[in-house]
Design a protein around this ligand. Structure first.
Ligand code: FES
Length: 173
């Protein structure tokens, strides 16, 4: 009789354990179903076109709110998003290009920036010089896509103002 009871207890505990495991698996699956498999965030890396499509000087890309500058085969990208409240700044051509050393690297500046919302002004390297803007305009990382040679910006990767992308001559520049 005692053997029978032990066996019944044993089988009951196995059944209860299996039930607990099944419940835990079901709860995990339910929680997982609340998390989407797809990210609906905008991608942070964007292909901008072949380097040859960029004129010497500046090209404004409204979709990315980005200025891409070209000096020969050297490129850099500056955000057009004002650091005050996020309006899109406008570029004004300088009467003459200026050469300055910025963070140890030479920069040819062809434009400066002004915000139409509250009048903040920025130098050609994005430095905030007047108005309520609290910070310089962001610079973003550029690279050449290995598959098709297009310029690629990473809008989540800020870089210093000494950043330059040199595209090797002969690579569709
Ligand atoms: S949003 Fe640019 S100065 Fe206010």
């Amino acid at each position: 009789m005692s053997r029978l009871k032990n066996r019944r207890d044993f089988l009951c505990s196995i059944g209860a354990g299996a039930g607990c495991v099944a419940l835990a698996a079901q709860a995990g699956a339910s929680l997982r179903s609340l998390v989407p498999n797809v990210s609906y965030d905008a991608p942070t890396t964007v292909k901008l076109g072949a380097p040859s499509e960029f004129p010497d000087g500046l090209k404004f890309l409204p979709d990315q709110r980005l200025f891409v500058f070209r000096d020969g085969n050297v490129f850099h990208a500056i955000s057009a998003v004002c650091t005050h409240l996020g309006c899109t700044v406008r570029a004004e051509a300088l009467p003459q290009p200026e050469h300055r050393t910025v963070e140890g690297a030479t920069l040819r500046m062809t434009h400066r920036f002004q915000c139409p919302c509250h009048g903040s002004k920025y130098t050609g390297d994005g430095g905030n010089v007047s108005g309520p803007a609290p910070r310089p305009l962001a610079w973003f990382h550029l690279e050449v896509a290995p598959d098709d040679g297009q310029l690629v910006v990473d809008l989540a990767r800020e870089v210093g103002r000494d950043f330059r992308l040199t595209v090797p001559l002969g690579e569709r520049v």
